[in-house]
Write a protein that binds this ligand. Structure first.
Ligand code: ADP
Length: 260
């Protein structure tokens, strides 16, 4: 900062929330939402008060991932919504507010106003950390959000494949452009352990995200295996850290959380 002292806050500070962490990916389907919910629970297990905001307005997945679907209540003055709760987390998702089969034809400005409402008009907290499951990609909506919310940092999720990595690199560049620190890169679906023979297969290759993180000079937070239980439990509304807390997969998420 030119005049010394602490840098000015970059965007909206959310009342009741000490720090906001974005979980982002260059493209959809790489496991950003699955990582978000498990990271939130792992941070809770570290003794923090944690909330999860599903800002993936194109395809909100927190209702499915948490099994929570009711409409949030509003405060008596009708001005703020109360977050829902499960697993000891405060939860908010655009999916709580609209029917599941409503077409989501969101345009840029509408996206931003939906996100800013979920930040400002929700009675969060007091929370140590709010994990924000970002919309996938590095377009205008993502850039606007990164600029307008006072993010403490961003976690980038990628699979080991080259194509996903190119997108992940764009993600890192986007956050750096708006001065949001990169907390690190997570390699999801890093390898597969056969439940029958125990043999390991690197389905999407292996180590690509780690190498990319090193190349970009950002921390590597760890790798999450491709595992049937992660998918099955996600579909059942039970994150693996809740259903199988003693599994190696759960340990992998906890390892990521300690790095964050
Ligand atoms: P994104 O938020 O990036 O679109 P999701 O978190 O919704 O991705 O994950 C996409 C699909 O892949 C979901 O069906 C999810 O259950 C599954 N999935 C994500 N990570 C894993 C993993 N490590 N092992 C197995 N399935 C996974």
């Amino acid at each position: 900062h030119a005049h010394g002292g602490a840098p000015a806050p970059r965007g909206i500070a959310v009342p009741g929330v000490a720090s906001i962490i974005a979980v982002a990916s260059g493209k959809g389907g790489v496991g950003k939402s699955t990582t978000s919910i498990n990271l939130a629970i792992a941070l809770r297990d570290l003794g923090l008060k944690v909330g999860l905001l599903d800002a993936d307005i194109y395809g909100p997945s927190v209702p499915r991932l948490t099994g929570v679907a009711q409409k949030p209540e509003t405060t008596p003055d009708g001005k703020t919504m109360l977050p829902l709760e499960n697993f000891g987390l405060q939860l908010m998702s655009i999916g709580f507010l609209v029917e599941e089969d409503t077409p989501m034809i969101w345009r840029g400005p509408m996206v931003m106003s939906a996100i800013s409402q979920m930040l400002k008009d929700v009675k969060w907290g007091p929370l140590d950390v709010l994990v924000v499951d970002m919309p996938p990609g590095t377009g205008d909506a993502q850039l606007t959000m990164a600029q307008q919310v006072n993010l403490a940092g961003a976690v980038i999720v990628s699979t080991p494949q080259d194509l996903a990595l190119i997108d992940a690199r764009r993600g890192v560049a986007m956050f750096e452009r708006v001065n949001v620190p990169i907390l690190g890169v997570v390699e999801n679906m890093a390898y597969f352990v056969c439940p029958h023979c125990g043999g390991r297969s690197d389905i999407f290759g292996h180590g690509g995200a780690h190498a990319e993180a090193d190349k970009l000079g950002v921390p590597f937070l760890g790798e999450i295996p491709l595992h049937m239980r992660i998918r099955e439990m996600s579909d059942a509304g039970l994150p693996i850290l809740v259903s199988d807390p003693d599994s190696p997969q759960a340990a992998a998420y906890r390892h990521v959380a300690t790095g964050v």
